[in-house]
Ligand binder design. Sequence first.
Ligand SMILES: Cc1cc2nc3c(=O)[nH]c(=O)nc-3n(C[C@H](O)[C@H](O)[C@H](O)COP(=O)(O)OP(=O)(O)OC[C@H]3O[C@@H](n4cnc5c(N)ncnc54)[C@H](O)[C@@H]3O)c2cc1C
Length: 516
Amino acid sequence: MSEHVDVLIVGAGLSGIGAAHHLQAAFPRRRYVILEARDAIGGTWDLFRYPGVRSDSDMQTLGYRFRPWTAAKAIADGPSILRYVRDTATEAGIDSRVRYGHRVTRAAWSSADARWTVEATHGAETVTLTCSFLLVCSGYYRYDHGYRPPFPGIENFRGQVIHPQQWPDDLDYRGKRVVVIGSGATAVTLVPAMAETAGHVTMLQRSPTYIISLPTEDPIDARLRKLVGARRAYPLTRWKNVLVTTLIYQLSQRRPQMMRNWIRGMTIRQLPAGYDVDTHFKPVYGPWDQRLCLVPDGDLFRAIREQRASVATGRIATFTEHGVRLESGDELDADIVVTATGLQLLALGGIQLAVDGQDVSLPETMAYKGMMLSGVPNFAFTVGYTNASWTLKADLVSEYVCRLLRFMDTRGYDQCVPVNDDPRVTRQPLMDFAAGYVLRSINDFPKAGSRAPWRLGMSYLNDVVKLRHGRIEDGAMRFSRRAEAAGPGLGADGLTETAPPARPAGRLLTRLTSAQ
Ligand SMILES: Cc1cc2nc3c(=O)[nH]c(=O)nc-3n(C[C@H](O)[C@H](O)[C@H](O)COP(=O)(O)OP(=O)(O)OC[C@H]3O[C@@H](n4cnc5c(N)ncnc54)[C@H](O)[C@@H]3O)c2cc1C
């Protein structure tokens, strides 16, 4: 017989460790395990090892709500973030619940048994566990490789080509000419970091990005820490940062021209006199149509001022033996080319879900509160905000799951499943975000709906109200008891969905989703 746990968490990154912390604090006696594909805790912060790797949001909001980030730096380096996640796991004994080298491939729900059967590959073996609730914290991208568009003539290039996701430990770039292709968070991090020892670094971008400089140490937080101490300052700075980022996001949506001018003014002040700002730092899209890039203490601009780095804007015509030729005819010589061209998105860590014998097609499901799936019982996933720190949402998802489990406990329910039978709800892309990496893969992801609770909120403040304090019984979430599964139709309270135990494969899912 397979081992059974109450909750099975997939992934031991920032979200999985946070989820475990919430879960064991709320239910100290509940059995849970974390299945982790890799051999380490930390996810993103363990995988990415390129020079200068750091957060691009403040640690007061990227840190957990339950564990103050007490270091002075608000923009932290990757190793410090990794240490923070690992310390969180060790201090709470979560590390002993992690089973490393277990890649979850399939999870099948049985309504008759009210449990998931989860399959994971572990070396050459397939390991099977069952669980009552499945919480997927697998991040949002492939770990085995990033995205690299086909570059013409790349085979002719005599230098090294590196992708930031597979950074070689021994890469020596001292004194070398480096071209970094890209203009996202990774490129703007890499360029000043490599420019410290490289001969010269050129950031080659197809089109410009909005880049804002932020002090590594937040002066308001520094004052608060002196006044009330680091631990008490943490929630205050956290709320201050939530409000400031919400304001910037809202102004970007409502007053884009004003925000363009504001960012442009700041950019010009940091660049040398006469710099061609329009070519290299004037994006065609509005602020926050794509993620804003942050640079700590203006390090990118300083590298440009000191002529250790430069920006080239244009399309690549071809790689040559010695570097890259642009469509404009300009040539960039390089010893090393870094393709900071992004991530390859992957929904639910590539896990195939099935409900009552029928495989779930993710694009046919609809995300409930941005964390559960229509027609998929006792299941939640964590995907953070695109316009604010990931952990803000991750904490809320975990809190909501704990509230949901508590609600089911007190009412004696075994199964919960979000169902959309509101004909006014229309299907929309899950992420309304124009970034290339999102547009490339969005069709493989679940849909969002046009109305609550199916609309994907990108507002932390709104989610605090809905996920932390909102009603669990909202009409869309249906509950049932295993014993009731013998009778068809809705339960006496009008909310209790019941399902006959011997239903042929897939009928429950078909019935629950057919109303959408
Ligand atoms: C370079 C970089 C910088 C970033 N900086 C920021 C930032 O400053 N602020 C911010 O808010 N966000 C940032 N992000 C987004 C970032 O991914 C999140 O902040 C956060 O680390 C995600 O945590 P997670 O645990 O949800 O996912 P991950 O960190 O991706 O961890 C997922 C874990 O699940 C495991 N896993 C996946 N699939 C399976 C499977 N099928 N079976 C078993 N295990 C599986 C993985 O091995 C991994 O350990 C950044 C992302 C990158 C790539």
